[in-house]
Design a protein around this ligand. Structure first.
Ligand SMILES: Nc1ncnc2c1ncn2[C@@H]1O[C@H](COP(=O)(O)OP(=O)(O)O)[C@@H](O)[C@H]1O
Ligand SMILES: [Mg+2]
Length: 382
């Protein structure tokens, strides 16, 4: 079966689509990537999405419109990739655009509630493409007591487990998250969590200080020096000092969005703009380094495979290599293992949709903290 995976992450930079041929089921699933592509959001859509994520007050009609508009945009992206590649999908797995994610329950109107919200309506997408769509993957895991994230470990385990080598698979999107797979591990031994910010703080500072959406190639950070005192202070954030560092934890714009960036700038005081950017880049690298160090105390790891937009930031990648060097861990992008680093997350949602279509569970309780394995997502038929 050919399945399209559609991913649009917290960076709100755009949509990644993968067309994947799938056979088998569960942990015996076999996959072949047929094509993949990245489609940036038009600037005004990106702004609207960022506003919707980070806003304490927004009109309900704007959210409802965004929900339908994003589905139209996703449909267009899938069609473009189908045309370009000559492959046609029979099923779609669409992550949607997260507008809010709160993995841990907090009191709300007298009850403890955890919640998440991904927009981009599945029915609209199904009607436009003429094939069934699986969407809204996270609520089922949360209803079963999980954080609803990360969900990519199912794919990571499928593609990267190795009989002799311990492997860490690190994605750097807006948020950075890893999957740690000890040598010859089964699903029970896999650990996964968000290490902290990926590109989110870097992007926001770039916009604020340079009027640019991103630090292309990491060139601006390369011209600065890491402010060590600021970095040490930032690493004291409770998010990084989690008592059990390999326990499920999840982050988003709620932790590292606008408010966080304001505080970070305050810590930097009058520092040079490039130094500020270098320090934010250092924060992403150090928080990944700390996570890897604490994992390496329990199990030997040999490889660190990195994916996501962050791999294109050379300054960041060099800092991550420095962090890993002392541990004897080799750093490469997932491309080295045959998985295009810009397509992995989209491939994951094709694979997850395929599992749900076959009524197979695909959350990994060791990663999300869920009480049990559940079938993820909701299906929109044509
Ligand atoms: N050429 C590049 N140089 C530096 N950073 C880049 C480059 N291309 C993409 N990025 C970073 O990657 C981000 C997008 O990464 P992505 O994996 O799509 O994240 P998400 O899943 O959050 O959408 C961009 O916002 C930007 O910060
Ligand atoms: Mg993206």
């Amino acid at each position: 079966m050919i399945v399209a995976g559609v991913m649009s992450g917290t960076s709100a930079d755009g949509v990644d689509v993968a067309l994947v041929r799938l056979r088998g089921r569960g942990m015996k699933t076999r996959l072949e990537l047929l094509a993949h592509g990245g489609f940036p959001y038009p600037a005004e859509v990106r702004t609207a999405v960022l506003d919707a994520m980070d806003s304490p007050a927004i009109a309900v009609h704007t959210l409802a419109r965004l929900n339908f508009l994003l589905a139209e945009i996703y449909a267009g992206c899938v069609r473009r990739l189908e045309r370009r590649s000559g492959a046609a999908c029979e099923l779609v797995g669409c992550h949607g655009q997260t507008l809010y994610h709160q993995g841990h329950a907090a009191r709300f109107l007298g009850r403890k509630i955890a919640c998440t919200w991904q927009t981009g309506d599945g029915s609209v997408l199904a009607q436009r493409l003429g094939v069934p769509v699986v969407s809204d993957f996270r609520p089922a895991d949360m209803a079963a007591g999980g954080l609803g994230a990360p969900l990519v470990p199912f794919l990571d385990l499928l593609l990267f487990r190795h009989p002799k080598r311990g492997r860490i698979v690190q994605n750097i999107g807006g948020i950075a998250n890893l999957t740690a797979i000890p040598a010859s591990a089964g699903a029970g031994q896999v650990r996964a969590f968000d290490t902290g910010p990926g590109n989110m703080v870097i992007d926001a500072l770039c916009q604020k200080l340079f009027g640019l959406p991103m630090d292309k190639g990491g060139k601006l950070a390369a011209q600065g020096r890491v402010l060590q005192a600021v970095l040490a202070e930032a690493m004291k954030d409770p998010y990084f000092r989690h008592a059990k560092r390999d326990a499920p934890r999840t982050a988003g714009r709620e932790q590292f969005g606008r408010e966080y960036v304001r505080g970070f700038l305050q810590l930097c005081g009058e520092a040079d703009k490039n130094d500020v950017l270098a320090t934010a880049t250092g924060l992403t690298a150090r928080s990944i380094g700390e996570a890897v160090r604490s994992l390496a105390k329990k199990n030997p790891y040999h490889d660190l495979f990195v994916s996501g937009g962050g791999t294109r930031n050379r300054t960041l990648m060099a800092m991550i290599e420095d962090e890993a060097a002392g541990l004897g861990i080799e750093v490469s992008t997932t491309d080295a293992a045959g998985v295009p680093s810009q397509a992995k997350e989209a491939i994951a949602f094709a694979v997850l949709a395929y599992q749900s279509w076959q009524r197979q569970s695909s959350n990994i309780p060791g990663a999300t903290g869920a009480g049990r394995e559940v079938i993820l997502g909701k299906i929109s038929y044509v």
